[in-house]
Ligand binder design. Structure first.
Ligand code: GRG
Length: 277
């Protein structure tokens, strides 16, 4: 996976280096704040997933990287906003100070806003010459990232109390799962997969997205603030591990519906089951 991570890192840095922006210190500082969070440190799970799905359908990095990067920019915006004092009020992210600790709350807020908008510019400008592809990707991303997906999930997370396993599964399907799912689904669309294949890849991505959050809860098992927001609290550590196994097996099951060499995607599932951060 390392070379895929490097491809994403290189693309993001070249993209930022080539940005055509208005002159002046405020915009330069805003760009620096965006790159501070987007440039290094993440696992790049979502864009790497998109690249690997692309490979399954014979689409290379040139075709997939703009979309994969757009997903990563949206993910990064969500982390910056989630860390703000009005949300989780976190000090550390990706092994360094959070964006607002370095640039202040207002710039961090704008850096998140600008990353979100940039993601759509990237998709609109890079896929505009392919018949309806840009608008299809914009629709998929909007549904996954906005009120119907990640932001809706965040709203539930902020307001709801006393989760059952079903409630928590729904919350994480929206908040964490939908963006992971769309990374896989969008790549299959770009690669020209058939409607049936796209459906199977989307179902695979949905299971993988939920598995990603269960793995996160297992890694955060000592975080007492989580309460009923954690599968470990609701199911116990052994129960959460068994649930991770089950959902991962369901993800693999979906892959079997798709012809081709799905080994690298099975490795993504395995990577998630064994990751340490
Ligand atoms: C504030 C609009 C808005 C949404 C926030 C996804 C989210 C919604 C907040 C992130 C909070 C969080 C820690 C969720 C748990 C799962 C998750 C998405 C973890 C972070 O993703 P990783 O592990 O992070 O892929 P890296 O840094 O590796 O990219």
């Amino acid at each position: 996976l390392k070379s895929h991570v490097e491809q994403v890192d290189d693309y993001i840095h070249s993209y930022f280096a080539a940005m055509d922006l208005p002159e002046g210190a405020p915009v330069t500082e805003l760009k620096e704040a965006m790159l501070y969070s987007a440039g290094v440190g993440g696992k790049r799970f979502r864009p790497v997933l998109a690249l690997i799905v692309g490979e399954l359908f014979s689409a290379g990095p040139k075709a997939i990287l703009p979309f994969a990067t757009a997903v990563e920019l949206i993910h990064t915006y969500s982390l910056i906003h989630d860390d703000l004092p009005c949300m989780d009020n976190d000090e550390l992210r990706r092994g360094k100070l959070t964006n607002h600790k370095v640039y202040g709350e207002t710039t961090a807020l704008l850096a998140g806003d600008a990353l979100l908008t940039e993601a759509f510019l990237l998709v609109a400008s890079e896929y505009h010459d392919q018949d309806r592809l840009a608008s299809r990707l914009v629709e998929l991303l909007s549904r996954a990232a906005g009120i119907r997906g990640m932001v809706g999930g965040q709203a539930i997370d902020l307001k709801a109390k006393d989760f059952s396993v079903a409630d928590l599964t729904n919350l994480h399907h929206l908040k964490t799962g939908r963006l992971i799912q769309v990374a896989a689904e969008g790549a299959a669309v770009i690669a020209g997969a058939s409607p049936k294949e796209i459906e199977s890849i989307a179902a695979f991505g949905g299971h993988l997205g939920l598995a990603f959050q269960i793995a996160d809860d297992i890694l955060d098992q000592n975080d007492k603030d989580q309460g009923s927001r954690s599968f470990v609290t609701l199911l116990g550590i052994q129960g959460a591990k068994a649930f991770l196994q089950k959902v991962s097996a369901e993800a693999i099951q979906q892959l079997h519906q798709v012809a081709g060499r799905s080994g690298p995607l099975e490795q993504m599932i395995e990577f998630n089951q064994t990751r340490q951060k």
